[in-house]
Design a binder for this molecule. Structure first.
Ligand code: 0A1
Ligand code: ZN
Length: 894
């Protein structure tokens, strides 16, 4: 089809707006795809049954400029050239029949040259696909938008020896041999789906198999495919899948809807995993686990992500998004579901603490920077840039707030109504909101701004007790800061649940809450859920016999930044007594944060730093608690953690941050605590060193406590500390302990560090995932002149710039290392810009993620700001910059 005008011109990046949404004029009923997979090229034929919804409209098919368009036929007849217009973004087809018709398209693509890892590509010699969000348009011309839902039949043909396994969505309906040593398979998916859920895999793969019998008695075959040499590492993923299937039935009454569920692990993948209908494709880092190669954190991440992708079958696939602005409809809800799943499988309190820490370290900074956007954004240039912690993690917090406001039963009613109304449809966050409100017959209109407003609300609470009226009062105010395109005056007050408990000052126990603002609480209530929806609001607790210490925002019931008038003594009291594990932890964190902010100011002003010994004493008590027979050791390990440098940076004023000062203040605290508590830390580490590895909750808790103690002890300046760490490294029988001992050594300049890192390399150089750990530990190291080490690792055989996991480990690790990245002379910034520009020609999604390292440049001191800005300007002035990188850099500079 050389005659087709190929008007591939230079077009400016175009912004897509939610307000421009229009329903499609043409619906695609059924799609028949056929793939001829060859080494030189792949031919894709697509035959579509089209239903005309609005006559005479031009049909726009998305299609990437990398594809060769070979043929376009309507009802079997070639379409004349003058009715076809090709642009950078796709193909316009005009003069279409007014009655339903068939459209046939033939394209030629080169998966073997696809380094963007979107569409059809090769990983370790096998074919696989990634179509979310807009990868299908690199396979064929199509209405690549989530509200176009079709039934897919997929035939593929490939060389039998190289690609013995041929997979796609749905059920295998035919297979056999073809000419020239080739074979074929035909898959049919009975469920309508958007193109982003399409998947195809062809390769030399081994599998493990199991099965699950659903609540209505149907047997589902479960298979996990990997490259043959990794097949012994997939058992934990299989166990996690079975647990997920059972949990979704027990918790939401949701049953799987096919007789086969496949997972395929691939080494080259931009994200974590993908929920393609019945054929999930996973980054191998989220499948492979053995005690020798994966840490306890890896095991937990695998369980959570296997659950996440499985849960998408209902929240994402059966009910999908109308357009990409609605992404949080499926992602916020599915993250909420996977967090609940992990909480039920493990310790709920510890899980909540981890999730909130992540929100604070990653989402809060995004929400106060140039990329701040509502969980339902209103515009984007490149959708890939909106798979963000805001859409995912803040989106999950918004879903959790429905649960807090409506109660568990009310939330379940809302979910049931959502599925009853929208099964098989592509819908909006507004539809989810209405299902929640309608099912509970309640007015939630004040909740809507959560979808429209960016920025983390700031809540201040003042408390008082009046002995004469026996009332305890909370006065709360809320504001939402200005964010790009939304000034502060436009922001509305938003409904949020504030969970509050009141602790008896003499016993430390929760008192029963009788009534709030004249509304009687259910008998036995010890945590009240306040509906806070005004700019200023007063909540009065009645019949409070004596003064109490309030525990406010239990379980972190809203994603806000809260300040209160609680004093140090109250926080120490809560740290020791609160029945809510999250707030018991939070009280300690609040103490640490205020101490650190003061120390940062002191260090800036050249004052001597002084430790607050009350905090040391409180921490001593917390650690001593580990001796109790029923101690929650995983919680104690969490409670010992000092807020991260990135969390502290977020608390400081824009234009002031000197990362060296932040590091010095935090290091001072760690050193003081380590010195003062050394015998206790050593004793606790010893008492929690198990003779042999076991993967049981109690053993995992012990490991985390022991390794947290060792982390502290690494701050003690004494030669025996490094010696001990090396010895522990050499004796470790599992990856969790290996990594903990390596990181205890990684900031030290000593022979033990070199010995341990070399030994690790020698032992694991054959395993790319383990090598990622080796790279990220070095990238994160605080040793002097570490930038030189990171640069040298770029050319090390363990690194590969085409593999996203390797880039995230080395470059991602370097970006979050304040000493190396923010080096005063700006060389760290220049290095990151160099890497971004190199990645821009290889993998635009990964390049854009790395550009995220510069977005917070306005936070830093004037000289660092100037150096970072210079690099942003250099990047944006570069020719052939991808839309992905352009959007991040442009928004950063605006
Ligand atoms: N939907 C997947 C995540 C995902 C998103 C985009 C991708 O490529 C651009 C890949 C995966 C999930 O939430 O698990
Ligand atoms: Zn997801």
């Amino acid at each position: 089809m050389n005659a087709i005008a190929d008007e591939v011109t230079k077009e400016k990046p175009k912004t897509i707006y939610l307000k421009d949404y229009q329903t499609p004029a043409y619906e695609f009923e059924h799609v028949n795809l056929s793939f001829q997979l060859n080494e030189e090229h792949t031919t894709v034929s697509s035959s579509i049954d089209v239903r005309v919804q609005r006559k005479k409209e031009t049909l726009f098919l998305h299609g990437d400029k990398s594809m060769q368009l070979d043929a376009v036929l309507v009802n079997g007849t070639q379409v004349a050239d003058e009715r076809l217009t090709r642009t950078n973004a796709g193909l316009f087809v005009s003069g279409l029949p007014e009655e339903d018709f068939t459209l046939k398209i033939v394209t030629t693509i080169k998966p073997q040259e696809n380094t963007a890892l979107e569409g059809l590509y090769k990983s370790s010699g096998n074919y696989c696909t990634q179509c979310e969000a807009e990868g299908f348009r690199r396979i064929t011309f199509y209405q690549d938008r989530p509200d176009v839902m079709s039934k897919f039949t997929t035939r593929m043909e490939a060389a039998k020896d190289k690609y013995p396994v041929l997979l796609s969505n749905g059920n295998l309906i035919d297979s056999g041999d073809a000419d020239g040593g080739r074979h074929f398979a035909v898959w049919e998916d009975p469920w309508r789906k958007p193109s982003y859920l399409f998947a195809l895999v062809a390769g030399n793969l081994a599998k493990i198999e199991d099965s699950f019998t659903t609540m209505s008695g149907k047997k589902v075959d479960l298979r996990i495919y990997t490259e043959p040499h990794n097949i012994d590492k997939a058992d934990h993923a299989m166990v996690s899948l079975i647990k997920s299937m059972k949990w979704d039935e027990d918790t939401f009454g949701l049953e799987y809807d096919l007789e086969l569920f496949n997972i395929v692990a691939v080494d080259d993948f931009n994200m974590g995993a993908m929920e393609n209908k019945s054929l999930n494709v996973f980054n191998s880092r989220l499948v492979f686990a053995t005690p020798k190669t994966a840490t306890d954190a890896d095991y937990a991440a695998i369980e959570g992500v296997v659950g996440h992708e499985y849960f998408h079958n209902w929240t994402g696939n059966r009910v999908t998004c109308r357009d990409w602005f609605q992404l949080s409809l499926k992602e916020g809800l599915t993250v909420y579901r996977d967090q609940e799943f992990s909480s039920d499988m493990n310790s709920r309190g510890v899980k909540r603490i981890g999730d909130v820490s992540k929100l604070r370290a990653a989402q809060f900074p995004q929400d106060s920077g140039p990329m701040a956007h509502p969980i339902r954004p209103e515009e984007y240039i490149k959708m890939d840039n909106f798979y963000t912690v805001t859409v995912y993690e803040k989106g999950a917090e918004v879903v959790r707030m429905y649960e807090s406001l409506l109660g568990k039963d009310g939330f379940r009613k809302g979910m049931d109504l959502y599925f009853e109304r929208h099964d098989g449809c592509a819908v909006t966050t507004e539809d989810f909101f209405s299902a929640m409100a309608d099912a509970n017959n309640t007015d939630l209109s004040a909740f809507k701004p959560w979808y429209q407003q960016a920025g983390t609300p700031i809540v201040d609470v003042k408390t008082s007790y009046d002995a004469s009226t026996k009332t305890f009062t909370l006065k709360a105010t809320q504001t939402v800061p200005a964010t790009p395109g939304q000034d502060a005056s436009q922001k509305k007050a938003v409904l949020m649940p504030i969970r509050v408990g009141l602790l008896d000052k003499s016993t430390g126990k929760d008192i029963e809450i009788a009534s709030v603002n004249g509304v009687a609480q259910e008998k036995g209530t010890t945590t009240a859920v306040l509906r806070f929806d005004q700019k200023e609001q007063t909540f009065t607790f009645e019949n409070v016999e004596q003064d109490v210490v309030p525990s406010i925002l239990r379980n972190f019931s809203a994603p806000i930044k809260m300040t209160t008038d609680l004093e140090e003594g109250d926080l120490l009291f809560l740290m020791a007594n609160d029945s809510d594990p999250f707030n018991r932890w939070e009280a300690g964190q609040t103490l640490f944060r205020s101490l650190l902010v003061k120390l940062i100011a002191d260090e800036t002003n050249g004052k001597a730093l002084e430790m607050n010994t009350k905090i040391t004493d409180a921490l001593r008590k917390t650690i001593e608690g580990a001796k109790a027979a029923d101690a929650d050791k995983a919680f104690i390990a969490r409670a010992m953690m000092v807020p991260s440098e990135s969390e502290l940076v977020e608390m400081l004023e824009p234009g002031t941050v000197d990362p060296d000062v932040v590091k010095a203040a935090r290091k001072f605290v760690m050193k003081s605590l380590a010195a003062d508590l050394r015998p206790l830390l050593e004793e606790t580490a010893k008492a929690n060193s198990a003779p042999a590895y076991k993967n049981e909750p109690a053993d995992r808790a012990m490991r985390s406590l022991k390794n947290t103690c060792l982390g502290y002890l690494s701050y003690v300046d004494a030669p025996e500390v490094a010696k001990d760490a090396l010895e522990r490294y050499q004796n470790a029988d599992n990856m969790t302990d290996k990594i903990a001992t390596l990181s205890a050594l990684s900031d030290k300049v000593c022979a033990e560090r070199e010995t341990a890192f070399d030994a690790f390399y020698q032992e694991w150089q054959h395993d790319p995932l383990v090598m990622c750990k080796w790279l990220s530990l070095q990238a994160a190291s605080g040793v002097p002149n570490n930038l030189g080490n990171v640069k040298a690792l770029l050319t090390h055989p363990a690194f590969d710039i085409k593999n996203p996991n390797k880039v995230y480990s080395l470059i991602g690790g370097f970006m979050s290392n304040p000493t190396t990245f923010h080096q005063k002379d700006g060389q760290g910034y220049e290095f990151l810009a160099d890497v971004i520009l190199q990645l821009n020609d290889i993998n635009q999604q990964v390049a854009a993620r790395m550009a995220g390292g510069f977005t917070r440049w306005r936070k830093y001191d004037p000289s660092r700001q100037a150096l970072m800005k210079k690099q942003l300007e250099r990047i944006i002035a570069t020719e052939n910059l991808s839309e992905n990188v352009y959007e991040i850099v442009k928004k950063s500079l605006d």
